[in-house]
Design a protein around this ligand. Structure first.
Ligand SMILES: NC(=O)c1ccc[n+]([C@@H]2O[C@H](COP(=O)([O-])OP(=O)(O)OC[C@H]3O[C@@H](n4cnc5c(N)ncnc54)[C@H](O)[C@@H]3O)[C@@H](O)[C@H]2O)c1
Length: 305
């Protein structure tokens, strides 16, 4: 196991901030950021190219992999075959190399593993019958974590709210887009109903959870290792609008649901994260108002998206 750390899908919403946090923690030279596109400090690596993954892991002495390359729910449902290929075959390619070179592996799961039969407050252990292909790929990912023989860990991220990179084609993208529209136009047309309540989290909490889960000795992690429930906070789209109006009193929003409403309706309203709290001390720091405040102060200093 080498000392270096590989990140796939590094230019996405999570990768942009995870790479920054990993570089801060371990030093610039330790982190090898990769994506389909080339960018400053980011190399090209297609996770469908198993030989390229093998060669990079061997030559760079990689000991830990954060596998973020994936298609998200809204993009994935438009092209289910490609979603399956990238999310399952791509993950399998990474697992094969991780096994060969004895790398530890982080691969995110999602609240999309839950289906319409899940209770409103999703327990850690419940039948996983997702109605989306995206959700099915995440269930397979969690199962592979437990059967592949690799030290592989995952978190069931809720919808993530951040300002440093655009949201990547998921059902919870409205909770990011709304801030940009509010600042630029004073108005947003939201693609889910006003009463749609979903679990969400501010990116700082998600990054901290990711670093924390990879620090815990393996023997302390139990059967949820492939996908721990982690809760931030839940809100309806209408409550988000109210919180934004604390900053922009004239902000208006209308609600015109599209197909993404169906995916949102199939997911739970709240997440029970008791197991993560007990096993590795998980606790979120941001609630809705704190997240909205952080988004506005971040967008004022870094209006990148
Ligand atoms: N953002 C969220 O709200 C959220 C919630 C739950 C789970 N997740 C999971 O977290 C992970 C990262 O999500 P994200 O929001 O950063 O996604 P994103 O769409 O913003 O980024 C994914 C990145 O993967 C890259 N990619 C796509 N195909 C690739 C390939 N074949 N090879 C290499 N790179 C490829 C894309 O170019 C993109 O930069 C995914 O597994 C996603 O399912 C995200």
């Amino acid at each position: 196991m080498g000392p270096r750390i590989l990140v796939t899908g590094a230019l996405g919403q999570i990768g942009t901030e995870l790479v920054e946090a990993l570089r801060f923690k371990h030093g610039d030279d330790v982190i090898i950021a990769t994506d389909l596109r080339e960018s400053t400090n980011c190399r090209i690596l297609d996770v469908m190219d198993s030989e390229a993954i093998d060669s990079l892991v061997q030559t760079e002495g990689i000991g830990e992999i954060y596998h973020l390359a994936a298609l998200l729910s809204a993009t994935g449902e438009k092209n289910p075959e490609l979603c399956w290929k990238i999310n399952v075959e791509g993950l399998d390619n990474v697992i094969t190399v991780a096994k060969k070179y004895d790398c530890r592996l982080f691969a995110p799961s999602s609240i999309a593993v839950f289906g319409p039969d899940c209770p409103d407050m999703a327990p850690q252990v419940t039948p996983l019958n997702p109605s989306t292909v995206y959700g099915k790929t995440k269930v397979v990912g969690e199962q592979l974590a437990m059967t592949s023989g690799v030290d592989m860990r995952g978190l069931r991220y809720p919808g993530l709210i951040s300002y440093k990179a655009p949201a990547g084609g998921g059902t919870t993208d409205y909770a990011v887009e709304i801030f940009h529209a509010a600042l630029e136009h004073g108005h947003y047309t939201c693609f889910v109903r006003e009463d749609t309540r979903l679990p969400m989290m501010y990116m700082d909490d998600a990054i901290r959870a990711t670093l924390e889960i990879m620090e815990i000795p393996r023997e302390k992690l139990g059967e949820a290792r492939g996908g721990y429930n982690i809760a931030g906070f839940s809100f309806t789209a209408g409550e988000l609008v109210q919180s934004i109006r604390r900053h922009l009193p004239d902000f208006t929003c209308d609600f015109v649901p599209d197909v993404r409403q169906n995916y949102a309706d199939s997911w739970p309203n709240d997440i029970d994260d008791d197991v993560a709290r007990k096993e590795w001390g998980w606790a979120p720091e941001f609630d809705l108002d704190a997240t909205v405040d952080a988004m506005f102060s971040g967008l004022k200093t870094q209006p990148t998206v």
